[in-house]
Design a protein around this ligand. Structure first.
Ligand SMILES: [Ca+2]
Ligand SMILES: [Ca+2]
Length: 459
């Protein structure tokens, strides 16, 4: 088998990964739960792991060990004196109860006034459907199917179709952009491409319209980042991971000469020299010979979802941790977010450092006793749930908890962190949250690996 996850020098239990890294830590601490054929080899489907976790929890519940004590200890997290508590007015329910979409790794909209939602499978299918709660599976259409071009394996499940963003002027130019692991390139190559909608059917992309914009060779199959999003400035922001393995063995996070371990900011409406894009002249490192001009921020491990606050234009990112800490960052141009010298607000490894003025600390972190792999969401700016206005919605893939962080980015003040309870009508109480997304009105959704889509509602 060539499915060996690279074994790290230390922290070996983190060798196994998931879509955004480290799903399996939990399981390796109790390997008997999962039949790992070989330490560091993926032999299971994360969804199955999750089912096992649920079953175990049921057993613990019946033994009276886990019971409510376990739940309340999970919600009793604090950071900088702010204690997490359940939100009294908001809950989670299914958004489109009749739909089930395989590994729904992206949910977005076209921004063209059509109201349609686009949900993408990690294997490479872009689905489109009307944003109606009672939408039927028969109403879901295939907007684009590029499975033949996309590398996806359950055993190396951080590759695949990972990002999609509609051009801000999509209604006029029909352009949208995708990020995927390519079958038409050396192994572990990420590609960013432009596609166009077909001329005569708004629910279908032109599969032959692909223009490759950027290729990113990756040393390992994990930590590919993959979020692409247009900023309010019209530039495309690209979240890249550190390249993979554990501990960032190539030191990509702190290396400005590589695109890995950073967020890029590129102009896809223009070209420059041999590039299929241009580098904005006001990018922070554009005049440095020892740095790639595309880089907007660095010191990133593996951002799994980032999004602009549509009201304040602040870029929020969730960076997945390695051993102990998951974090939320506010991204500023030229910012160094610390990896692999820091993990959250802590020194990382023997070569790590204490707090340093040039390393930007997260605004929130949580320990691995709360969750083990953060999934970033959006600052809520919708109309339907006023109690969430201005709060950052996020979740943990492993513990299946969903939160709203109340942080005043202007005053740099942490106000509250709320656990969002799940409505009684939803049978699954802790879901492996794979991504968040917004519709045109700013309503926020999230998906789980079982294919369900959820939304937030007032109680
Ligand atoms: Ca990689
Ligand atoms: Ca950091």
């Amino acid at each position: 088998m060539r499915n060996h996850a690279p074994l790290p020098a230390r922290g070996g239990r983190k060798a196994a990964g998931r879509l955004k890294g480290e799903f399996c830590t939990l399981w390796n601490t109790n390997a008997s739960l999962v039949r790992l054929q070989d330490y560091g080899v993926f032999v299971f489907d994360p969804s199955r792991c999750f089912m096992i976790l649920r079953r175990c929890c049921l057993v613990w519940l019946s033994l009276g060990i886990c019971a409510m004590g376990g739940v309340s200890s999970l919600s009793a997290q604090t950071f900088q004196g702010v204690e997490t508590k359940p939100h009294p007015q908001v809950q989670i329910e299914r958004a489109f109860p009749e739909l089930k979409i395989t590994r729904p790794v992206i949910l977005t909209h076209a921004g063209d006034g059509s109201g349609r939602l686009f949900v993408v499978t990690q294997q490479g299918i872009v689905n489109v459907f009307p944003n109606r709660q009672d939408v039927k599976p028969s109403e879901v259409k295939t907007f684009l199917d590029i499975r033949e071009k996309v590398v996806y394996k359950d055993t190396e499940n951080e590759e695949g179709f990972l990002g999609m963003a509609f051009h801000p002027k999509f209604a006029e130019n029909g352009e949208f952009f995708v990020y995927y692991t390519s079958t038409q390139a050396p192994p572990h190559t990420s590609v960013i491409s432009r596609f166009r909608v077909s001329k005569d059917n708004p629910d279908q992309a032109d599969p032959n319209s692909e223009e490759e914009i950027l290729r990113i060779p990756q040393p390992f199959w994990n930590h590919n980042g993959g979020t692409i999003v247009f900023g309010p400035d019209g530039y495309l922001y690209v979240g890249l991971g550190d390249g993979g393995a554990a501990n960032d063995p190539q030191g990509n996070g702190q290396n400005l000469k590589t695109l890995l371990g950073s967020i890029l900011r590129i102009d896809v409406d223009n070209t420059q020299g041999d590039l299929k894009y241009a580098i904005p002249k006001d990018n922070p490192f554009v005049n440095r010979k020892d740095a790639r001009g595309e880089i907007y921020a660095y010191g990133i491990r593996n951002i799994w979802r980032m999004a602009f606050d549509r009201k304040t234009n602040v870029l929020w990112a969730a960076d997945v941790g390695q051993n102990l800490w998951e974090e939320i960052d506010l991204i500023v141009p030229g910012g160094n977010y610390g990896w692999n010298l820091r993990e959250g607000t802590h020194k990382f490894g023997e070569a790590g450092v204490g707090p340093r003025e040039d390393l930007i600390e997260p605004i929130w972190e949580y320990h691995h006793n709360i969750g083990k792999s953060i999934t970033g969401g959006h600052v809520y700016r919708g109309q339907k749930v006023p109690a969430l206005d201005g709060m950052y919605l996020y979740a943990d893939y492993v513990s299946g908890l969903v939160w709203a962080l109340d942080y005043d980015a202007k005053a740099k003040k942490l106000k509250a962190n709320y656990l969002i309870p799940v409505a009684e009508s939803v049978s699954l109480k802790n879901m492996p949250v794979i991504t968040f997304g917004e519709d045109e009105e700013g309503e926020v959704y999230f998906t789980d690996t079982f294919g369900a889509i959820y939304r937030f509602v007032g109680k």
